[in-house]
Design a binder for this molecule. Structure first.
Ligand SMILES: O=C(O)[C@H](O)[C@@H](O)[C@H](O)[C@H](O)COP(=O)(O)O
Length: 238
């Protein structure tokens, strides 16, 4: 698809006629990039987002015939709730992605019991350092407010979350609009990924994306586009 270069933000817009076609195409692309990573370095490291959008994509990806036993899956971000909560991204991934062939993957969650979100982020950051960074594949989602990961526009310390030079893997997030406190990958770890995709669906998200990349107050998704050394692959269906 033609690449759209807008100011310093670069992205490729991949539009699909419907959501099943998007899910199938994104699953095939991610499976291919994971296989290429395994061929290159003997393993692959994937981070996925939660929310309501990715379930069909997860289901399609879960059936991909790749060497899932060589794949590590983690989350782009997590709500500070146990996996048993309906709000849990780990629960969503367990129910939709870690099924079928993908059951063989190793899953590294972000949530664990802790005194608070700061303690959880500190211990996550230490624990995740042993993973084979950089990520090979990251799949982002986006909210109507232009947030991605847990980079909410009203987050305390948003500049710290968006610092492209951060050496942190995981940071805590407090944001009124987020619901629960969150744990999130830093922007620096996201833009280090070998393949970075943004999966959005519906007219509202297309308008929100267009607004985010238009001149004006910078939304968090725009910070990712601007900082990414490669064009972000946007996958969109009505
Ligand atoms: O924990 C989360 O909610 C996600 O990681 C978040 O960044 C999500 O991708 C967007 O909020 C879009 O969510 P929907 O897919 O529900 O619109």
């Amino acid at each position: 698809m033609a690449r759209e270069q807008l100011n310093s933000a670069s992205y490729n817009w991949n539009a699909f006629a419907d959501r099943p076609q998007l899910a199938s195409a994104l699953a095939a692309k991610v499976a291919d990039r994971l296989t290429r990573a395994i061929d290159r370095r003997g393993r692959a490291f994937l981070a996925v987002s939660g929310g309501t959008t990715p379930a069909k994509f997860f289901a399609d990806l879960s059936a991909a015939p790749i060497a899932w036993d060589k794949v590590i899956v983690t989350l782009v971000d997590e709500r500070f709730v146990p996996a048993s909560s309906p709000r849990s991204n780990a629960g969503l991934v367990a129910a939709n992605l870690l099924q079928n062939a993908a059951k063989a993957a190793r899953f590294v969650p972000l949530y664990h019991e802790a005194a608070g979100i700061e303690d959880a982020a500190t211990s996550d950051d230490a624990a995740l350092r042993s993973l084979p960074w950089p990520l090979d594949v990251v799949v982002l989602g986006m909210g109507p407010d232009g947030h991605t990961a847990s980079f909410f526009p009203d987050a305390d310390d948003l500049p710290k979350l968006l610092d492209p030079a951060s050496d942190r893997m995981i940071l805590p997030v407090h944001a009124k609009s987020a619901g629960e406190p969150r744990l999130t990958l830093t922007l620096a770890r996201i833009i280090d990924a070998d393949f970075l995709a943004l999966h959005i669906e519906g007219e509202d998200k297309r308008v929100a994306f267009d607004n985010a990349v238009a001149p004006g107050p910078r939304k968090p998704i725009r910070a990712v586009l601007d900082a990414s050394p490669k064009p972000v692959e946007v996958f969109w269906a009505p």
